[in-house]
Structures are given as C-alpha cells and as structure tokens.
Write a new protein. Structure first.
Length: 416
C-alpha cells in the first residue's frame, strides 16, 4: 500500500509521483475544501502547467438559417411550441386546439356553481351593455341598433378565443367617437346613411385585420412598453372628449360642431344658446344624478354593488316610460325611435372596397383598431395582475381581431 504525504500532497513514500487522471475534471477549490472521489493532484510543477481548452468554432450557417434563427428569436422567444416536442401526433393536435381555442382548457372543468356566477355577471353586463351600445353607436353616427348588434356577436367569438376572465366585450367610447369623426369628414351620415354604414363595416374589417396580424406576428410584447401613466392619461383624455360630445344631447342642441377639441365644442355650446331645451336639460340632469348616486352608494357600501350595475338599465326603462306617458317628443325632447326586431343580419355584402374610399377605411381601421386593441389588452392585463393569472397578449390580439372581422360581416362595428 502506497502512503500519501498528505491530503494535498503529490508524493508517495518512495518519492514516486502520481499524475492525475486525464479524464478527471480538475476543480479549483479553496484550500479548505476536500474533493471526494478524485485522485490527488500532481507535483507543483505539473499544477503550474495549465491545460489549454480549445473552443470549437461555430459551424458555418447559410443566410436562410441565420434569418430563420433571428426571426425565431424575435417572434418566438418563449418557444410556445416546445411542449409539442416528443408528443404523438394526436396529442399535438389536441394541444394545438387548446392553444388556439382557450375555451377548451376551462370548459371541461366548468361547474354549475360557476354557471350561476356567470349568469349573474351576464345579467349585470347586459344591463350596462344595452344603454352603452345605443349611446356609443350614436357617438359613431350609426343607427342605435348597430350598437346592440355589436354587443351580441363579438362577445360570443371572444368567449371561444379570448384568454381574459374579466373583460366585457362591446363598443367603446373613444373608438366610436374617432370612427364617426374620421368617416364624417368624407361622407355625411345624415345625407348618405347607407354609404356611411358601409364604410363603418369596412373600417371594422380592416381594424380586425390589423389586430389579428399583430397577434399572428406575435407582437404582443408591444403592450408591455405602455406605462401606467400613458394608459391613465389616455383614458382621462378619452373621458373628457366623450363628456364634451354629450353636451349636444344633454342640452338639446340641434346644430353642433363636428370637431372634438374643447375650444370648438364650448364655442358651439354658447353660440347656440337659443337651441337649449330646459325639458331635455331637466330630464338629463335627473338621470345623471341618479347614476352618480347609485355609483356612490355601491362604492360606499360594497354589498350594494348591484345598485350601480342595475342603474343604467333602470334609467333606460324609466325614461322610456316617461317619454311614452308624457309624449316627450312633442315637448322638444329628441328620442331614438323604434328599433328593428331580430338578431344580427349578415353584412358581408356591405363591405365596400371601392378605391375611392379604400384609403379612408384603411386609415380609420388602423387608428380605431390600435386604440381599441391597446385599451382591451391593457385592461385585461390589469385584471389579470390583480387576480394572479396570465393573459397572453398575442392570443388577445388574435381574439379581438377575429371577433372584429366576424363582426364586420354580422352588422357590427369595432369592439374590444
């Protein structure tokens, strides 16, 4: 048996040196550490002789391979299909279906208790969507029934494709206002209502096309660069613009400016004081106070949250009864009029790709599509962060885009 001179010695009792095993990995450990299972190092002169490790050069790649790698790194940094590797073909098809249709992930675990909660939530949202859909359609200079149509089909599409649990899909104020303003510059909604409606449907189609394309190209990371200050400022500005536009209906003004700036709007309000209707102002002020009071009660006493949710629908019902009983249209109060019965009518034959208006509809679709997409994804991610679940921005873009494409073919305008 050969004795060793020490734990870190490299000499035997016979003065014979032992070289380290060439296949062993030498780890430079602190002096206090003991490497178990490795032969002791050789003499100091051998330790000083460093081992040179040569790194092999990267194999040559073609331009196409380099481009493929760059595209994958840019658009697929998270490698969404890595779970497909090594799976049978049938399993890959099932996983692909669940990836494209998130409803297949949560539907198998759906229960009766969840249905009861969803039923209450659906009734609450419907009570808000009916008056909102009508008013937002008026902002877009569209028939009120289009606002109701837009609150029916897009939510069904989003329920299958969307990944957010808390978004209520439907028309939004700022997109409605911008669409109505941009299209009105070329076509009068009162003089040519059918042409205006065709342009609105076509703009919605292009908006959905832009949104779905962003999702397919996996550009959802763009939403990550939107700061909270930007979103708050955007929403605050939209609220101010929409509030200013409501002065026309609140005061009963007939001739109103088509601009959205605060100076032109206020100038138009005070230039037409002779058109102010005290009956309209009184009715509008009463229901405005009712809505604000209901909201205050729900905030102050959370257990009465349903009061704020039901207040808009209650306002519509009560105001309709008052108009019917007192014939308010004969006293200077404008009314919406009768609405067509039935579900959404097909509108793919109304899509207008005439070169005369193609540039206008593409521009309107691009602007309204980006605005509504930003608002929808940002709000969805806000709720997701509050409730600790993930919302895929790319899936949201595809879902919102596809529901607008389908909506443009079923008498709907841009929604989010």
């Amino acid at each position: 048996m050969v004795g060793m001179s020490g734990a870190y010695g490299g000499h035997s009792n016979g003065g014979e040196s032992r070289a380290p095993n060439k296949e062993a990995v030498v780890v430079r450990a602190p002096k206090e550490a003991v490497v178990v299972g490795a032969p002791p190092p050789g003499p100091p002169e051998m330790e000083m002789a460093g081992v040179v490790h040569k790194v092999a050069a990267q194999p040559a790649q073609s331009t196409a391979s380099k481009m493929k790698g760059k595209v994958k790194e840019t658009f697929f940094p998270d490698d969404p299909f890595r779970s497909f590797k090594g799976q049978p073909l049938r399993a890959q098809w099932v996983m692909a279906a669940r990836y494209l249709f998130p409803v297949l992930e949560w539907l198998p675990g759906y229960s009766l208790s969840l249905f009861k909660s969803d039923l209450v939530a659906g009734l609450t949202i419907a009570s808000l969507a009916i008056p909102q859909g009508i008013s937002y359609a008026k902002l877009a200079n569209l028939p009120p029934i289009i606002g109701l149509y837009s609150s029916f089909v897009p939510p069904l599409v989003y329920a299958v494709l969307g990944s957010s649990r808390d978004l209520a899909v439907g028309p939004v104020s700022i997109a409605s206002l911008i669409m109505g303003s941009m299209l009105r510059q070329a076509v009068s909604p009162s003089a040519e209502p059918m042409l205006f409606l065709q342009l609105a449907f076509t703009s919605t189609f292009f908006a959905g096309l832009v949104q779905a394309s962003l999702g397919i190209l996996r550009l959802g990371f763009i939403i990550d660069f939107l700061s909270k200050a930007t979103l708050v400022g955007f929403m605050a500005g939209a609220a101010i613009i929409v509030s200013l536009q409501q002065l026309k209906a609140l005061l009963g003004i007939v001739h109103f400016t088509t601009q959205m700036g605060i100076v032109p709007v206020m100038a138009s309000v005070f230039q037409h004081t002779n058109e102010w209707s005290w009956q309209t102002i009184l009715m509008g002020a009463c229901f405005l106070v009712l809505l604000l009071t209901a909201r205050h009660v729900s905030i102050r006493w959370p257990r009465f949250f349903w009061i704020s949710a039901c207040a808009p629908l209650a306002s519509v019902i009560v105001s309709t009864l008052l108009v019917f009983l007192f014939k308010a249209q004969n006293h200077g109060i404008s009314i919406i009029g009768s609405l067509k019965c039935g579900l959404n009518r097909p509108s793919w034959d109304k899509l207008l790709f005439d070169p005369t208006y193609l540039g206008l509809t593409m521009k309107t679709g691009l602007v309204t599509g980006i605005i509504s997409l930003t608002e929808g994804v940002a709000v969805g991610r806000t709720f997701a962060s509050l409730k600790d679940y993930q919302v895929d921005g790319n899936k949201e873009m595809m879902a919102i885009g596809l529901m607008n494409i389908v909506g443009s073919c079923t008498s709907c305008y841009v929604t989010t």
